[in-house]
Design a protein around this ligand. Structure first.
Ligand code: DHB
Ligand code: FE
Length: 280
């Protein structure tokens, strides 16, 4: 059976990718933020996963407000990035994976998650920035990636409890896959931030730290929030916590937090990174 090794949660702020492309990691603004990542990379490189499943939200590149799947999964041989409004980033395509993708698709439909299956799909910063954080220099081509997009922009968006259950169904699918692949799940986005409106710039550090504490052993506590409550507590884009919950849902009951770091602000966001090893 395929083995789920663990999960990584990280913010996916576009400015991170720009800072890496421009070699700004050691400058005063960025140094502390980037110092949190080498331990995560070390774990990842020592585990050598074959496949990374990435829960992210598409901010309008592939799915704009006019057509917005609640849950979408990629089943393509590769995925391209494209211009998100600040020029086309010249980055290599992301390598896809189709066998496990289709297995997950079948498992999800069997378990009442009626997802959108994408045999072609552009991937935005929600996916490419975390990949580049894990493999600097965009050196992620050797890893097979399954993109899983959760709607976080076009309300109504799935409830935190539903995102968590969705992640759990994907974890079950991986664990039932006939193969010896090593799999890591990632949840990208968050933590608290609001990019526009009257509360633009809103960050809630105590709430972010509470989420990072509870997601380890008591994730169900976080799934009790409504998205409305998340917007209140974490800002309009704080609902990206849903991706962290899907990642946590995919893992087993018992995990060990091997690494955890929080830094603010990066751009408009309380930036968090966590590495959870699956004890199952
Ligand atoms: C920022 C954060 C995000 O999650 C995002 O998708 C875009 C921008 C920011 O803080 O700049
Ligand atoms: Fe975002």
């Amino acid at each position: 059976m395929a083995k789920l090794l663990g999960g990584i949660a990280t913010s996916h702020i576009p400015a991170i990718g720009v800072a890496m492309d421009q070699g700004l990691e050691d400058t005063p603004y960025w140094k502390t933020f980037f110092e949190a990542y080498p331990p995560v990379r070390q774990w990842l490189y020592s585990k050598e996963p074959d496949i990374v499943i990435i829960f992210y939200n598409d901010h309008g590149l592939e799915f704009f407000h006019d057509r917005k799947p609640t849950f979408a999964i990629g089943a393509a041989a590769h995925y391209e990035n494209a211009d998100e409004g600040w020029g086309i980033a010249e980055i290599p395509p992301v390598t896809g994976e189709t066998e496990l993708s289709w297995h997950i698709v079948n498992h999800l439909i069997e378990h009442d998650f009626d997802i959108t299956v994408c045999q072609e799909m552009k991937v935005d910063h929600g996916l490419t920035v975390p990949l580049t954080l894990m493999w600097p220099g965009h050196n992620y081509g050797h890893v097979k990636v399954i993109p899983v997009a959760i709607n976080c922009e076009r309300h109504p968006i799935p409830k935190p409890s539903r995102s968590y259950a969705f992640g759990k169904a994907i974890g079950d699918a991986v664990r039932s896959f006939q193969g010896d692949q090593k799999v890591v799940v990632m949840g990208t986005g968050g933590l608290s931030h609001q990019l526009d409106g009257q509360r633009a710039g809103f960050i809630n550090k105590p709430f972010d730290l509470y989420c990072m504490e509870k997601i380890v052993d008591e994730p169900e506590l976080l799934t009790q929030y409504s998205n409305y409550e998340l917007v209140e507590k974490a800002g309009a884009q704080g609902v990206e916590l849903n991706m962290w919950l899907a990642m946590r849902g995919a893992l087993g009951q018992s995990v060990t937090a091997l690494h955890s770091s929080y830094h603010l602000p990066i751009s408009n966001t309380g930036a968090g990174v966590m590495l959870l090893e699956d004890n199952g």
